[in-house]
Design a protein around this ligand. Sequence first.
Ligand code: HEC
Length: 434
Amino acid sequence: MTDIVKLSRILLGLATAAGALLCTSGGRTVAAEPPLNNFCRTSAPSAERIAAVSGEAPGALLLRQRCTVCHSLDRVLVREVDGPEKWARTLKKMRAYGAPLNDEETGVLQAFLAGLPSKPAAAKDFTRAGHFRRGLVWTANEVGRSISGLDVQLGKEVCTISGFANPHNITLSTEGARVFVTDTGTEEVLVFGTDDGHLIGRFKAGKNPMHVFVTPNEDRLLITNANSNEVTVHDYGTFEVLARLPVGDMPHGLTITPDSRWCYASGQLADDVTILDLNLLKVKGHIKVGRAPVAPAADGRNRFVAVAALRDGQVVKIDAVTQKVVGRVKVDGLPGQVAVSPDGYYIFSGNQVTNTLTVIDAKTMKILKVLEVGRWAHGLGFAVNGRSLLITNEEDSTVSVVDLHDLEITKTIPTGLGPNGIAAAYPLILTPHW
Ligand code: HEC
């Protein structure tokens, strides 16, 4: 991406509480066009918070100059409850992603961010609205602090649950009866029934829970905890912790093989993927994959696992039998999540700053197609009938629907603000034979 393109993204940055738009870039303040960016439309950050980051304090200048290269400041502004420890970890991760900061500047910025005025993170209770039912696709709307239930056929949001702090990732149980949400603001995992959206349970896992997954046999829940460097294994029914397994520094995503035997979890600062044996509840080993790996994804037949190394801009393939890296391909634009079509033919990579979805032939590791999607293309999941792939466009607050047969985009569905994770069908359903 050219600097000009990057800059134009940055100009769509900040909103005032009154809703008038003032977006900042590299220390300059400019009036933005009408709200093209949904992030700009959010009234989430308070006027005090916006005033503080717009000021001349050294931390504010660093923030505006160094933290708007890849994404808008809204991503920072919505982190209302993060304290110094959490900011230290986030800054470490952003440096690993390529944010230009030395140690001294990091200290200044950390203190500034932790001292920003904030407001209470989340409502005490969750509120439900709309028509709930099974078979919907769910998004975790990090900015809107809600989750959306989408009807893909109708092409619209049909229900919503609000009252989260920063809902990050979301997953469905194998049968689709429950939806699980990680809230990185309150560091809780929330469990809802999909039939009517009622809260079934809430519990703590480790520090800063990121991604959550159900084993295909619906026995256990697995959660990556970015700030305690562990995958916690929970009983599916009681949520009780069965094991805390150490994984590479700053774990983010995880995947479980269809036989429920192995878990692969990425360590963003360790540049590795840790393999966990779920029968023995032990670490099997670590594989170096490349810099800042985000979220691995298994195929539907226990053959391989794919993961994107964000800092290297590569999608990497790991053989599930030899547990070795067997292929890699360059993709542009800070790749985040990947998905493997359940038949194992395709690997899809969401590329966040080029707003594209790359379709890779999993066998040859060659790029077959690059589709234009929305801004900050991030979360990936498959629709219940296995015929389409869905991707969240975080900065457009939409989901693009990709037909898996024609590899074309068929619709774009509006969601709550800033959809990050997406839960469609349980990921291991088999793609139909065409
Ligand atoms: C090189 C690109 C890049 C730069 C520069 C950058 N970020 Fe990020 N940032 C990302 C990416 C990519 C994500 C999405 C993270 C994910 O989903 O793992 C992100 C996400 C975030 C989040 C959301 C929470 C999280 O942990 O995912 C926060 C907060 C954040 N960035 C803060 C900052 C701050 C503060 C700076 C300035 C020091 C900064 N970023 C600079 C790439 C960047």
